[in-house]
Design a protein around this ligand. Structure first.
Ligand SMILES: [Zn+2]
Length: 209
């Protein structure tokens, strides 16, 4: 399995291809590739991203079949089933890199900010379980000067939510914590820009070496 650093470089290069519209997907999803993978997989990165239709991990990182182990849930929140999925991939495949991928204008963040400002009585319990997971990371921001600047508030809330999710993965599982301690796993946080297509890795990125 390639190192976390190499995996990160591969994602960065793929995102650069995506942004400059030189995507190689036809190769990545070829019949030859499909056949080669039928007996097993060795995904080089685990991506915990948002379900938003505009942020498909394989496309924005220009990767194909067998490359990424992707978990998608609105607001890229971390609940037990997400932790379990990451544990599974890290242990089973030896994947060294986990990326929590948030994005600009995330609907789950916007919904949480709305809910904090104007609570609704009859929101679905299931939807509420998502808002409840986002709430702690954005609540504090509403008590700062950011509340007067809606665009900056959303921007900071998206990043705060990514940081909290990444920290939760690093410390919310004995299995993952042990892998991180043995330097066999790295969890980083990133934000995808809907406007530019660029992924900015801004949290927990290790120094090269
Ligand atoms: Zn989203």
């Amino acid at each position: 399995m390639i190192s976390a650093h190499e995996a990160l470089e591969r994602l960065r290069e793929g995102n650069r291809r995506f942004v400059s519209e030189v995507r190689s997907q036809h190769v990545f999803a070829s019949e030859a590739r499909r056949s080669a993978l039928a007996d097993g997989q060795e995904p080089f990165a685990i991506i915990l991203g948002c379900s938003d239709s505009r942020v498909p991990a394989e496309i924005v990182f220009d990767q194909g079949l067998g490359d990424l182990f992707v978990i998608r849930v609105a607001g890229n929140i971390v609940a037990p089933s997400q932790i379990g999925s990451v544990e599974f991939a890290a242990e089973r495949f030896g994947t060294r890199l986990v990326v929590v991928l948030g994005h600009s204008q995330c609907g789950a963040i916007l919904a949480t900010l709305d809910e904090l400002r104007r609570p609704t009585a009859n929101q679905s319990r299931n939807l509420h379980s998502i808002v409840d997971r986002v709430r702690p990371s954005v609540e504090a921001l509403l008590n700062t000067e950011l509340r007067h600047d809606p665009a900056a508030l959303v921007r900071d809330a998206v990043r705060a939510n990514v940081r909290v999710s990444a920290a939760h993965l690093r410390h919310g599982s004995e299995i993952l914590e042990a892998l991180i301690e043995k330097e066999r796993l790295v969890v980083v946080g990133a934000e995808y820009s809907l406007e530019t297509g660029v992924v900015d890795f801004f949290d927990g990125v290790p120094e090269p070496g």
